[in-house]
Write a protein that binds this ligand. Sequence first.
Ligand SMILES: NC(=O)c1ccc[n+]([C@@H]2O[C@H](COP(=O)([O-])OP(=O)(O)OC[C@H]3O[C@@H](n4cnc5c(N)ncnc54)[C@H](OP(=O)(O)O)[C@@H]3O)[C@@H](O)[C@H]2O)c1
Length: 235
Amino acid sequence: MTTTDDHAQKPPRKDPWELPDVSGLVVGVLGGTGDQGRGLAYRLALAGQKVIIGSRAAERAAGAAAELGHGVEGADNAECARRSDIVIVAVPWEGHKALLASLREELAGKVVVDCVNPLGFDKKGAYALTPEEGSAAEQAASLLPDSRVTAAFHHLSAVLLQDPDVESIDTDVLVLGEARADTDLVQALAQRITGMRGVFAGRLRNAHQVESLVANLISVNRRYKAHAGLRVTDV
Ligand SMILES: NC(=O)c1ccc[n+]([C@@H]2O[C@H](COP(=O)([O-])OP(=O)(O)OC[C@H]3O[C@@H](n4cnc5c(N)ncnc54)[C@H](OP(=O)(O)O)[C@@H]3O)[C@@H](O)[C@H]2O)c1
């Protein structure tokens, strides 16, 4: 039986839009020389975030960082991971497992944000692959037991992110993870980018659908010659 007293002792429900200040955190982007990594690095740096892009080759990262400007630095992936507080994984699915397995130590204690979409392509277009672990994000979590693994930024257009003439990125970002403190951080990071909103979308066991949905967005883009984003209504 609950009494009035029990209700009185319950902490007030937290406002889901009350998010932490992440402006002082260093953001690393593994595979940051690619389209998605460059795009995210550009937008976050434009918002005033300190960003380090990583690469398998430090000089490639340095070159891409110099092109991006806005204080972006380049480093090899290991140094990028070591120096960052939040690390976005933006490498192709094919390289995901080996790269994360090699960075377990550097990524320990860090918030890792996986945005990898395991996809195949054939003459019918894009289709979702099903990783053994369930999703790329769950593979990351199993490879990085000492990290705070989340998943987000799957449905962005790297073309729009990189286009300096596009002022606002009109999309929601679905954020998944096991701990509210971690997903709140990533939502707050998404919110640093003009036009973007981070929306909590569940635990990592539901990352597969989110990663797979990109195959549908690619079909939308092809039919309508668009760079489609997503909006979640009524939140
Ligand atoms: N493009 C988009 O619009 C978009 C949107 C949302 C999510 N994503 C996801 O973001 C990830 C990156 O996409 P992208 O289009 O940027 O890909 P990308 O340009 O093909 O690759 C990104 C970078 O990853 C590194 N890389 C390539 N193969 C690798 C390997 N085997 N092992 C380790 N690193 C490797 C390369 O950097 P170095 O050679 O310098 O190491 C490359 O510049 C993908 O998983 C994709 O599903 C992409």
